[in-house]
Write a protein that binds this ligand. Structure first.
Ligand code: GDP
Length: 481
């Protein structure tokens, strides 16, 4: 039998064993042969069938499983695909994979190879591939919704629509170049071509004017907890995260690096950074911590500047009130339990309500139970005690509201990666040049700019010239995807 042009690949596509079920996928021209060799038959297409899985060489029964057969092109990769739903024990999976590896023409899949084949066979465009990667990685509802929109073509379809219109405009300009002697074509073709360029430019500019929300939603809102040593930053972080993530110590300057905690606040991803105590120091290790802390705090979307509520107002204002273009700062007066005349709250009351069943911190409910007058909304100051939990509900409620306004405000955005932004900006720049006086007068220059614009969109969706970026994109996938 002649060797098929492509390898047939296989991998465990479900999570790491042991598990109740382990799904092994096989894709490529020999997928049907492999399924027959191991189960003795080819089930009806797209219907699950109970089979005995045997080692192809020795005929030893490995497991009892469900087999599904997806003949090309109606499969996820666009090739013949076979799927075995086995018991997810380590030995079962190992024996199945070993047996598949012994069948001629089959080899283990590389990371992302199934999805890469789907892309190469036109099943997914590049933005959908990215959406799929994001969907697998999504940690919060906001991220999941955005990833699914991308997988379903939110940007891909728009990008292809823009590209088609620009190709149409290009055809009009090229018609004029080819038939420039003919008066009829001369008068009519450039105006509609430029009108298309203008329209597409407006739509792309609108898509880009999203404040970077899509990219931010993938990464989460970055909130830096900063302030002088011993103010209670680590204690605050621990309380929010409900786990021991930072060293809490009564001695100044013990948190020497930047610690990240990923939170789900009412479905919005928030990354909290605990920065080392920012202060003047001669200790080189501590100095490095302070440098990193400052650099990180400067790139944050929001800074929680924690101070000891017992300290003088002058000192606090100097540290927190640094005017300029940096991120907004909320002043957190911590240790209110140590301020004389304060009433203490029952800590367990807050602890018990901290998380709902799915692990997401449900802030809105907690906020309702809290006295909102504690917040001074004008200067975004908060009075809390990281030890007793006092003031926590209000702070978390405001954080969730801030994250929602920052990440979820307005229409869902279609730009979710830097790569998208670069491609659209490149397209936009070419469309602007196309409409400049000098270019407009020369059909050939106009055609060049329109082609650059259309190509930028082609790269966005993976139609042209993308070999160099494919490896970067598929690197993020796991084996079996
Ligand atoms: P950091 O250097 O800003 O990270 O400060 P830590 O979180 O390490 O806290 C320094 C000390 O202050 C520790 O002994 C904490 O237990 C204590 N501390 C932190 N927050 C509070 C608070 O709200 N009330 C009281 N009484 N002590 C606190």
């Amino acid at each position: 039998m002649p060797e098929p042009a492509r390898d047939t690949i296989f991998a465990l596509s479900s999570g790491r064993p042991p598990a109740a079920i382990g799904v092994v996928r096989i894709s490529g021209p020999r997928a049907g042969d492999a399924l027959k060799a191991m189960t003795g038959k080819l089930p009806c297409p797209r219907a699950a069938e109970l089979v005995r899985v045997r080692d192809a060489a020795s005929s030893d029964v490995i497991d009892q499983a469900l087999a599904v057969w997806f003949p090309a092109p109606h499969s996820e990769t666009g090739e013949d695909v076979a799927e075995l739903q086995l018991h997810g024990g380590r030995a079962v999976i190992a024996a199945t994979l070993a047996s598949l590896g012994r069948i001629q023409g089959l080899r283990p899949a590389e990371a992302g190879e199934f999805t890469r084949r789907a892309f190469e066979n036109g099943k997914l465009d590049l933005t959908a591939v990215e959406g799929l990667a994001d969907l697998v990685m999504a940690e919060t509802e906001g991220q999941r919704r955005q990833a699914l929109r991308q997988l379903q073509g939110a940007l891909g379809k728009r990008g292809e629509g823009w590209r088609q219109r620009l190709i149409e405009a290009l055809a009009l300009v090229e018609a004029r170049i080819d038939f420039s002697e003919e008066a009829e074509v001369l008068g009519s073709s450039l105006v509609p071509a430029l009108a298309i360029a203008r329209e597409v430019e407006g739509e792309i500019a609108a898509a880009l004017a999203d404040g970077g929300r899509g990219e931010r939603l993938r990464e989460g809102l970055i909130v830096a907890i900063a302030g002088p040593p011993n103010a209670g930053k680590s204690t605050l972080l621990n309380r929010i995260a409900r786990r021991e993530v930072a060293i809490v110590s009564p001695y100044a300057g013990t948190t020497r690096d930047v610690i990240e905690v990923h939170l789900d606040l009412d479905g919005w991803p928030v990354t909290l950074l605990d920065t080392a105590g920012i202060r003047e120091t001669d200790d080189p290790v501590e100095m490095e911590g302070v440098r990193r802390a400052q650099a990180r705090a400067e790139t944050a979307d929001l800074v929680l500047w924690v101070v000891d509520a017992r300290e003088t107002g002058q000192n606090r204002a100097k540290s927190a009130g640094k005017a300029g273009n940096g991120p907004p700062k909320w002043l957190i007066h911590n240790k209110t339990d140590l301020v004389e005349g304060k009433t203490k709250r029952n800590e367990s009351e807050i602890t018990n309500k901290a998380k709902n069943e799915n692990g997401s911190i449900s802030v809105k409910n907690r906020l309702r139970e809290t006295n909102e007058s504690e917040v001074n909304k004008d200067d975004r100051g908060f009075k809390i005690s990281a030890v007793t939990g006092e003031g926590f509900d209000v702070l978390l409620g405001c954080l969730a509201a801030h994250a929602e306004a920052f990440l979820g405000g307005g229409e869902p955005t279609v730009v979710t990666r830097q790569r998208h932004r670069y491609a659209l900006e490149e397209c936009l720049a070419a469309l602007k040049r196309a409409q400049s006086r000098e270019v407009m007068k020369h059909e050939d220059l106009l055609a060049i700019e329109l082609r650059i614009a259309a190509n930028a969109l082609g790269r966005l969706i993976g139609r042209v010239d993308v070999e160099d970026i494919l490896d970067v994109i598929f690197r993020d996938f796991c084996i079996g995807k």
